[in-house]
Design a protein around this ligand. Sequence first.
Ligand code: HEM
Length: 506
Amino acid sequence: MSSIFGSNQTHLPPSPPGLPILGHLTKIPSTEQWKYFLKTSDELRCKLTTYKVLNQTIIVLNSKESIEALFTKKQDVYASKPPRKMSDISDLTMTLPFMDPGEVFTNARKQFHQGIGQAEVGTYNTDYEVASRSLIKTLSGNLECKNLTETIDDSLGHVFLKVSTGYNGPETESVLKQMNDLAHFAADVLGDKYQIFDILPFLASVPKSVPVIGPKIKLGKQWKNNLHSIAATTVRLTQESQKQETVSVMSNVYKAQGSAADGDEQSKMIAVTMNAGGMLASESATLTFLLAMAQHPDVQKRAQAQVDSVCGNRLPTMADRPDLPYVDAVLSEVLRWVSIAPVIAREVTEDDHYDGFLIPKGATIMANNYAISRDAEVFPDPESFVPTRFLDESGQKLRQDVLHPMEFAFGFGRRTCPGRYLADALLFSHFAHILKVFDVALPSESEKAKRAADAELKVKSNGAACRLESVYVTLAPRSAEATVLINQNASSANGQADGHANGHAH
Ligand code: HEM
């Protein structure tokens, strides 16, 4: 047995044909690599596949079993991220997504877990509800959905800043603008925009005057200053809101540390990390929801009917969640249908073996999350948007025997998304509110928009994250009563912070 399954295997998983030296550099497409990886895995009839890019070995895991066997069951060996030189230059390594495992990493994850873990996320129910009321009010002034992405980002940003620092006041807009720019820069660093420094590391030390590369290094250093300046601002805002005894993740950390309100270097980054880690993913899920509703009026009507039957003539609250399983199923299907993080990369830190193959130390290992979402045995007719796949036969209860996106859409093992319960609660609140007051439709006037919406889903990707490229939808208040609800005081929420945000037990 040991010669086949023991620790002395030397074969890498199979590869498609490549070129000498360049390997598969020219074969791997620059967008939607996950589709190419899945197709190649099917062609080679093997769930694990190997690619060579110059001197780098990349092994792609195309099944849930292999991803769990490695990322989840061998967390010690699969918790590192492939190095990103730009994250060193810009100090993004002080934020969780770019941090190497170790004491600081463990502490940062603990702070997130204690702040917005499953048990704590309900503390902020009122904040989600207030944000959802404010979102529908803003959307009602822009029914053509121009600047849709900005409107959604602004709403999400308010929640992240409020939950992390307790602050909501005159400085919010200017802080959010800086945070949003930072989130985009971080996404580029996590993706492949600055990968040249990782392929040719000596470039990171060339003088600033060298064309092309010099300005990139300068940019990284500017972002380092910005990062620390934004973090310092969030500490100051936390101190301000502490005077009003507002509960927040950062103020709880400071209280627990029993220190002055600016705490250790690590906890200064909580608000920044929440925003940079959560913004683009949650934005993408909201856009996907709107497009799915516009494309599937039958699904939308059924979800609206459930919200109406539970809420009558009032807006939904987080306390309604257990009675809104269909809305929960819509949220699950949104997370499955468009994988927000279709491939998740790690660096394996020791030689390992799986299924008869060698996984060599230093290789980049990519979990193909998209492959899980398209597994027809788990999700029949996987390209279709079918929320009922998450409900039992009565259509009234969430199934416990179907793979839930909480188990894969948010990643795996030691680095599983620490914002997943917050994302789940906030998205639920936003979706339920939109369903209660608006009809979402494809714009009938614009042929261009129709074509974009009818075509195969087109996504923007930067190697690490993806989102829909263009979402053309319009909104209309469902009734005169809906307009009254929209115009209710957006800053008040009628829900209870009952500590029970997510409707699905995980
Ligand atoms: C629909 C919304 C979201 C999705 C689909 C999502 C998905 C993910 C995924 C796939 C990862 C990588 C996990 C891995 O490497 O195994 C991740 C990491 C992360 N997410 Fe999220 N996320 C979402 C929202 C949020 C929110 C709201 C926050 C913060 C409040 C957040 C904070 C983070 C952070 C800090 C990391 C880095 C964790 C680490 O490297 O240890 N995410 N997320």
